[in-house]
Write a protein that binds this ligand. Structure first.
Ligand code: G3H
Ligand code: 13P
Ligand code: ZN
Length: 322
């Protein structure tokens, strides 16, 4: 069942985080749905601009609609990840997406607000919610001075002004994470103080509780990197991601959507590298594709446990009355 992203936020806010997983093809989609059914978790499917171009945007829609038929118990929303203005309008007009992300975080503050406001007006007219980004996600390196590191993070005072003026429904905030496999060297903690300050400011400003979105949430498991490299990969073994045990504490403070893509790519890379290392004469892509679907389902179920979204399907049905 496709629900709106706002409905999922309503159930999850302050209690658990909903996993937002990127998909590009049928294998990922099958693994994602199976993992979420196995763990009884609601979820958000994310489609990036790159994913829409990889085959054809209509292909992804067809795959998702078919997965919905194969897994009738699945409860999920469909979201555009890191959209520009034009792609947001295309998704809003398609009638398929539950929510869009307008990413104008590279623009100056006022331009970011103006672009986001235009997208919000078009989206809200069709009942679609909007995620917008404030602050620049980037590696907050261990050896960077604290002040410099903080310069990348979302400013909680600006966040309230941004939300008021842009009208966005969810805020992608820079709280110490970055995209990809090389987030930081050595374990680092999320900036919980920034999450807390944003939530506090929102409350004091009389705004409704605003879900905070955490991009760059992959944990880059050491064991996954080790296996990839043992099978011929050359990933930096010191690469490190977000501590999975911090997902839930962040969720309790208002992080309601957690974006995970890289970790799934690592699963794909590990499965395929090991398969072709062990069977160098093989050229049928279905055996590793099958293994990938199984491994991806296990990976998704594990993430949902860490996010606190596992075993929440009954509650979702009860709260939403459907
Ligand atoms: O944050 C970006 C996501 O990981 C999607 O990546 O643009 O390569 O599809 P992509
Ligand atoms: P990762 O690269 O950490 O998986 O982040 C994905 C993401 O933020 C998608 O928007
Ligand atoms: Zn992202």
């Amino acid at each position: 069942m496709i629900v709106t992203t706002a409905e999922l936020y309503k159930v999850a806010y302050g209690k658990f985080a909903v996993g937002a997983y990127n998909i590009n093809n049928a294998e990922q989609t099958m693994g994602l749905f199976r993992g979420c059914i196995d763990s009884e978790a609601p979820f958000i499917i994310q489609i990036s601009k790159g994913a829409r171009k990889y085959t054809d945007k209509r292909m992804l829609e067809a795959i998702i609609r078919t997965a919905e038929e194969i897994f009738p118990k699945a409860v999920f929303a469909v979201h555009l990840d890191h959209g520009d203005e034009e792609t947001c309008y295309d998704c809003i007009d398609s009638g398929f997406y539950s929510s869009v992300m307008i990413d104008a975080s590279h623009e100056d503050f006022d331009t970011n607000i103006a672009i986001t406001r235009r997208v919000v007006d078009r989206a809200h007219a069709k009942g679609i919610s909007v995620e917008a980004e404030l602050g620049m996600l980037g590696g907050v390196e261990e050896d960077i001075q604290v002040d410099e590191g903080h310069a990348c993070l979302t400013n909680p005072d600006e966040a309230v002004e941004f939300m008021k003026r842009s009208g966005c429904d969810a805020l992608a905030a820079a709280i110490g994470t970055s995209h990809g496999a090389y987030k930081f060297k050595g374990q680092q903690s999320l900036h919980f103080e920034v999450i807390e300050a944003i939530a506090k400011n929102v409350k004091e400003a009389g705004l409704p509780p605003t879900p905070i979105v955490m991009h760059g949430s992959s944990s880059v498991p050491k064991e996954e990197v080790r296996r990839i490299n043992a099978a011929g990969g050359t990933l930096d073994p010191t690469a490190c991601g977000v501590n999975e045990d911090e997902y839930l504490p962040a969720a309790k403070l208002g992080v309601t959507k957690v974006n995970i893509d890289t970790d799934g790519r690592l699963v794909w890379t590990r499965v395929h590298r090991e398969f072709f290392r062990d069977k160098p004469g093989e050229f049928d892509f279905r055996p590793p594709g099958k293994t990938f679907q199984d491994e991806y389902a296990k990976f998704i179920a594990h993430k949902n446990e860490k996010l606190g979204s596992a075993h929440k399907l009954a509650e979702v049905h009860q709260v939403l009355g459907k």
